[in-house]
Design a protein. Structure first.
Length: 150
């Protein structure tokens, strides 16, 4: 593989950024929260999810061999925007990570894991390559430790 030139790298980064912008219009907080789980019970440790929920982070890496138009056409053709997320799955966060692609954090019942995987495989593959990571929220624990350390 050849090393990118000093001009090609910034162009690729800009292209990645621009490729992510059209997807912002499809993020609908009201739909993402429609199936939101109940809040964690009072007295639960900070950062805990409600009982029966897990978090999953998905990296959606853009296929750099395709143009933005080709990726969007593929996602539209496969029904990505209608299928994802499946019912009962909450979008906790959806971010653009420059140089990576999009990062989606979900909260879901464990029994929905297969359904999420099937939707990603059937609708996102071809526009994205994917990586899945079990996730938990550590921030509240970090903040407690920091306060305790003075």
């Amino acid at each position: 593989m050849t090393q990118p030139t000093a001009i090609a790298a910034p162009r690729r980064t800009l292209a990645r950024l621009l490729a992510c912008l059209p997807f912002a219009a499809f993020i609908k907080p009201d739909r993402a929260r429609a199936d939101a789980p109940p809040a964690a019970p009072p007295g639960a440790p900070p950062g805990d999810l409600p009982p029966g929920r897990v978090m999953l982070t998905i990296f959606l890496r853009h296929d750099e061999k395709k143009t933005l138009g080709e990726i969007n056409a593929h996602l539209k053709e496969t029904g990505w925007f209608k299928k994802f997320p499946p019912a009962g799955v909450e979008i906790v966060g959806w971010y653009v990570m420059m140089g990576i692609g999009q990062v989606v954090i979900l909260s879901l019942p464990p029994e929905k894991l297969r359904e999420v995987n099937v939707v990603v495989e059937s609708a996102a593959w071809g526009g994205y390559s994917t990586e899945f990571y079990p996730t938990y929220d550590y921030r509240a624990f970090w903040e407690q430790a920091r306060r305790a350390a003075g």
